[in-house]
Design a protein around this ligand. Structure first.
Ligand SMILES: [Zn+2]
Length: 743
């Protein structure tokens, strides 16, 4: 008997009751225990096998927007919500969605090759041979029939064209071929078009997601010879996401639409994605300069730039139909605050079967909804309204979520407490980005959710992984010593964009992944078979995502005081401001150095004289900007968030808080919107976060100032410093008024 005594005692010592150990901000002391037991009841209803079944069911057929499979899935998801006791409906929008009618790519000189433009079925992959698959194409490419010399432009980014300039290579009137990667795909044809190219081909190089990285499908998860990345090339970072014909308004049946010829987010040149099976003959035939060392890919020959004897013919035509877009919207009305909405979303449309993107995330979200449904049956109700959204049309350009936000913008600005997004999910490490006032909120959750493979918290696992992923000792030490979770800043690429960047709704984007490198993205091989074999074999990470996002939803829905901590927003904005000052100084130093080398004739003797390199012209010197308005505004904001923090704690201590105080907390982020929008892109209004004009998905923080500096537009940079300073001051004043009012 005795030997059992010690373990029993140890268990007792190591596991005191939840309420004593778990920190949970925003709840009165007396309500913490209730919330924690609610969350453990929620967790008990989550089932990994069920998540696997949902993934299988929803990825059983191709289900791109407006396809029969898409409609079937939307209706099935609707029926699930209803069955679980949610008040659910399908909200339909009508959006421009082109599909290909003609696709021809052929090399006509020096030899001929006709691209097959087809991913073959595999016997190891049950859905790979289905009918109804969208062909390989880039949505919103222009129609076109062009023939010209081919030029290899590396990843097709602005800096790649600087290198071409130096080599004396001009793409005007040519067709370019670019590698996938290093930017959002839509940037490649856009930059090509800006440089005068008449067509663009994008291919997946094996060095990026193929055999250079590991075994290819079906042996491994990496992209095989024939795999093609479909995807949208709508210019959403420069203009707006969503339906190209209805910027700023919901694409309802009778909405006023632009003529297609006037839609600014549509490209003017044809663009087509291909596999490396189709790209190799074209690339091998190129002559001209050998590429710089860093431009080489993984194919077994020397890469050349062209142009020259290699000519290609590209012919594309599309349907340009207006199609229905089915958003499934499900609600549970809040018992105390029905007009405060906690919103959770994940898209349901795919390019083909999309078991990983988006069904892995969708299945986790549905498991949350099912669990919440079971809790409803016990008589429980959330205090705030919970809204779950299965978006359609994310793949072509965040269509379903953007149209919904545009249609309901006024109501959302009033009612939306937070938007919590997810998308693809797989085995691995937590990634989290979002509004920085939510950093401590997610930190608490990440320190309570347990990683299924290692049994440590997902916070600890993420930190260890990040530390081990860097070779720089200083960075490693910094990460290893981090005590709190850091949120990444939000760019674009999933359905949170319109919430945060257009309507100022605080947002989070969550998911797991990173353990298994893969190359199935947007191909027919993103299937249940591949997902089950490589991405999350036991579907455990579906449960982990459901716990993480579900706890976030439940805490926001039930919090006595909404857990926004604006000290973190202030600190982050202060870091951004310091980064911009450093960026200016570095830009000044590097311009001075470069100009000195040019003036002293360094380029003429430093490069191979037989190659005919062109000496770049000297650049105008970089002036000094006045950052003081921004620094002063930040100083005010720092003071205001300190006072607000005191009031926040006092409310918790006294168990007293008004509805109005909570409403002011969740609406605060809207103070950071510049209603006129960013320069030349009025749809993007947030002064702290936007996707980069030339990065697409990648975020630019304090985008108005940062992009003006990067584009060397000094007057605009100075003017944007004033704009951002005003926004931060507006927020400081808002907080001062709130603190003065108290609860
Ligand atoms: Zn997705």
């Amino acid at each position: 008997m005795k030997r059992f005594l010690i373990p029993v005692l140890m268990v007792f010592i190591l596991q005191p009751s939840n309420a004593q150990t778990k920190k949970i901000t925003g709840f009165f002391e007396k309500n913490i225990g209730k919330e924690l037991s609610l969350e453990s009841a929620f967790d008990k209803n989550l089932n990994k096998d069920n998540i696997g079944e949902t993934i299988k069911k929803l990825s059983a057929k191709p289900h791109h927007i407006s396809s029969p499979g898409d409609k079937e899935n939307a209706e099935y998801i609707l029926s699930l919500f209803k069955q679980w006791g949610w008040d659910a409906k399908i909200e339909t929008f009508y959006v421009l969605f082109p599909t290909p009618e003609t696709r021809v790519l052929e090399m006509i000189s020096p030899t001929s090759y006709k691209a097959i433009l087809k991913e073959p079925a595999l016997k190891e992959d049950a859905t790979s041979g289905q009918s109804g698959q969208l062909p390989t194409y880039n949505a919103y490419s222009a129609d076109g029939d062009v023939t010209s010399e081919l030029v290899f432009v590396n990843y097709g980014l602005p800096e790649d064209y600087d290198v071409l300039d130096k080599m004396g290579v001009d793409v005007k009137g040519k067709i370019v071929i670019a590698k996938y990667g290093h930017s959002w795909r839509g940037i490649k044809p856009k930059v090509a078009q800006e440089h005068g190219a008449i067509g663009c081909i994008i291919y997946s190089d094996p060095a990026d997601d193929g055999y250079f990285e590991g075994d290819v499908y079906p042996k491994g998860a990496l992209r095989n010879e024939f795999g093609v990345q479909r995807g949208s090339v709508i210019d959403m970072s420069a203009y707006y996401p969503g339906d190209p014909l209805t910027p700023g308004i919901g694409a309802t049946k009778d909405a006023k639409r632009l003529d297609r010829s006037e839609a600014p987010s549509l490209l003017k040149i044809p663009v087509l994605p291909i596999s490396y099976h189709d790209a190799a003959p074209l690339l091998e035939a190129l002559d001209g300069h050998v590429v710089p060392e860093s431009w080489h890919g993984g194919l077994p020959f020397a890469y050349h730039i062209g142009p020259g004897k290699t000519k290609v013919h590209l012919k594309l035509a599309f349907s340009w139909d207006i199609v229905p877009c089915y958003d499934v919207i499900a609600k549970i009305q809040g018992s105390k605050f029905p007009d405060e909405w906690v919103i959770r979303g994940n898209h349901q449309d795919a390019w083909v079967n999309g078991a990983g993107d988006p069904i892995s995330g969708q299945a986790a979200m549905l498991e949350e909804a099912k669990s919440i449904g079971s809790m409803l049956k016990t008589g429980w109700r959330p205090e705030r309204t919970i809204v779950y959204c299965a978006w359609d049309g994310e793949e072509p350009g965040l269509l379903g979520s953007t149209e919904w936000v545009e249609e309901h913008e006024k109501e959302l600005r009033d009612k939306a407490v937070v938007y919590i997004n997810s998308d693809s999910n797989s085995r691995g490490f937590l990634f989290a980005e979002g509004s920085h006032a939510l950093e401590p909120f997610l930190d608490e959750i990440a320190k309570q959710v347990i990683d299924p493979q290692t049994n440590v918290t997902v916070f600890d696992r993420r930190k260890a992984h990040r530390a081990l992923s860097t070779n720089n000792d200083e960075a490693k030490k910094k990460i290893w010593n981090e005590k709190e979770l850091k949120l990444g800043a939000m760019g674009s690429g999933s359905d949170y964009s319109s919430f945060i960047q257009h309507a100022g709704v605080p947002a989070l984007n969550l998911g797991y992944g990173g353990e298994e490198p893969s190359g199935d993205y947007h191909s027919i091989y993103d299937s249940y078979d591949l997902y089950k074999k490589f991405q999350d074999p036991g579907f455990q990470y579906g449960v982990t995502l459901a716990e993480t996002a579900g706890h976030a939803v439940l805490r926001m829905a039930n919090a006595d005081e909404l857990p926004f901590d604006f000290t973190h927003l202030y600190r982050t904005a202060d870091t951004y401001s310091k980064e911009l000052i450093t960026l200016m100084n570095k830009s000044r130093e590097s311009t001075e150095l470069e100009n000195a080398i040019i003036r002293a004739g360094g380029y003429a003797v430093g490069e191979d004289p037989t190659k005919g390199y062109i000496v770049p012209p000297a650049k105008p010197e970089v002036p000094y900007l006045d950052f003081s308005p921004l620094q002063n505004a930040l100083q005010q904001l720092g003071i205001s968030v300190d006072s607000l923090r005191i009031v926040f704690q006092r409310n918790i201590n006294t168990n007293r808080i008004s509805d109005k105080f909570n409403q002011s907390l969740y609406r605060a982020e809207q103070q950071l919107l510049e209603e006129k929008g960013l320069p030349r892109r009025p749809w993007y209004r947030h002064t702290l976060y936007a996707p980069g004009y030339y990065t697409g998905y990648g975020v630019k923080t304090m985008p108005g100032i940062r992009e003006a500096i990067e584009q060397r537009n000094w007057d605009e940079a100075q003017q944007q410093i004033e704009v951002d300073a005003k926004a931060l001051l507006r927020l400081a004043k808002y907080f001062n008024a709130l603190s003065a009012r108290g609860d």
